[in-house]
Design a protein around this ligand. Structure first.
Ligand code: ADP
Ligand code: NA
Length: 330
């Protein structure tokens, strides 16, 4: 029996991953390397839908790859590559775009959300067709399962529809991917506004933990996190979002279940909890940062790793595309 194939991507749109990216996505990727045939991709083509700076994109693509390695992805145990290095992604995206209804694409809520403020007039067609490129990413690798957050569920549903549509019109070609929705327990909230998810687009810059920041900066942000009224340390997302978020972070980093932590903090104050969360974050982030910076010192080795990943990805992608083209009469 071959191992189930998984595909997942992350955008190189920030200088550093934040704690939410790691606990909500990257850590799961690391854990799936052995039992799955995993394809992990820095999706740079997805990062240009809203305008970008080329030098920054190049830098952030490398920094993203270095961080994935620093987090524990092993190029011998998974296929790690950069999306734009494998031209088949854009080739298949065009074909799938011709199978996607305009109305169907118009129903994607992320596009609506992202254009809500500025209006659709100034949005790019690339932002509009982003989910079609994502479908190409997934379907090219005959993916069995896609580890994604809840926010990507609708896009994944489109990928499934496109696979089924192609298969029924032109003959069985694509595997239909299953969602593998990552547990909501791994969702990390903003330290200053713990009702909003931690995000690089957060309105309060001190609300996020960037993993490449100086450890003392991160520790300070944890110590300044918003807590809730009252003094009890209990898990209650509704009434104690700040404390609940800190408990979630501590639980994720120490692998101690939340109820066990709640017991351990009975009768103790927020200060103790914050200090322990800060220690746990620094204990993880300091070596992560060191490893990332060391990898970035040697861009040639990094390029080699990514070139090998792209080569391996391309053999799978090219085979799928050949079959697709054959089915379509090219
Ligand atoms: P951002 O929201 O900062 O723009 P992305 O959308 O680029 O982050 O997310 C990259 C990956 O990290 C996705 O798989 C996403 O589900 C995950 N992720 C992002 N923010 C969080 C969070 N606060 N908690 C858990 N997972 C998150
Ligand atoms: Na996002």
């Amino acid at each position: 029996m071959s191992r189930p194939r998984v595909f997942s991507g992350i955008q190189p749109t920030a200088d550093s991953f934040h704690l939410g990216n790691y606990l909500g996505a990257v850590r799961q990727w690391v854990g799936m390397q052995d039992e799955h045939d995993a394809f992990y991709c820095v999706v740079d083509l997805h990062a240009i839908t809203m305008g970008h700076d080329p030098a920054k994109l190049r830098e952030r693509t490398l920094r993203s790859a270095a961080q994935l390695l620093a987090a524990g992805l092993d190029p011998e145990r998974c296929t790690l590559f950069v999306q734009s290095h494998v031209a088949e992604h854009t080739q298949l995206a065009w074909i799938l775009g011709c199978l996607t209804g305009f109305g169907e694409a118009s129903r994607m809520t992320q596009f609506k959300d992202k254009t809500q403020k500025q209006g659709v007039e100034s949005a790019t067609v690339g932002l509009f067709t982003y989910p079609v490129l994502m479908a190409a990413d997934i379907l090219l690798y005959q993916t069995d399962a896609v580890p994604v957050g809840e926010d990507q569920r609708q896009h994944l549903e489109l990928s499934r529809d496109l696979a089924q549509r192609f298969n029924s019109r032109f003959g069985k070609t694509f595997r239909v991917p299953e969602p593998f929705i990552l547990a909501d327990t791994a969702k990390i909230y903003d330290l200053q506004d713990p009702t909003a998810k931690m995000s690089k687009s957060s309105s309060s810059p001190t609300g996020i933990i960037d993993l490449l920041d100086e450890p003392k900066t991160s520790a300070k942000r944890i110590r300044s996190a918003v807590t809730d009224s009252g003094r009890e340390i209990i898990f209650d997302r509704e009434n104690k979002p700040g404390v609940s978020n800190l408990l979630t972070i501590l639980s994720a980093l120490t692998e101690r279940p939340v109820p066990e932590l709640v017991d351990a903090y009975a009768g103790r104050g927020y200060g103790d909890l914050k200090r322990d969360v800060a220690d746990a974050v620094v204990e993880f982030a300091a070596p992560y940062r060191e490893r990332t910076l060391a990898l970035l010192e040697d861009p040639e080795s990094l390029d080699n790793i990514l070139a090998r990943g792209a080569e391996r990805a391309r053999t799978v992608a090219a085979e799928t595309l050949r079959e697709v083209e054959d089915r379509l009469g090219f």
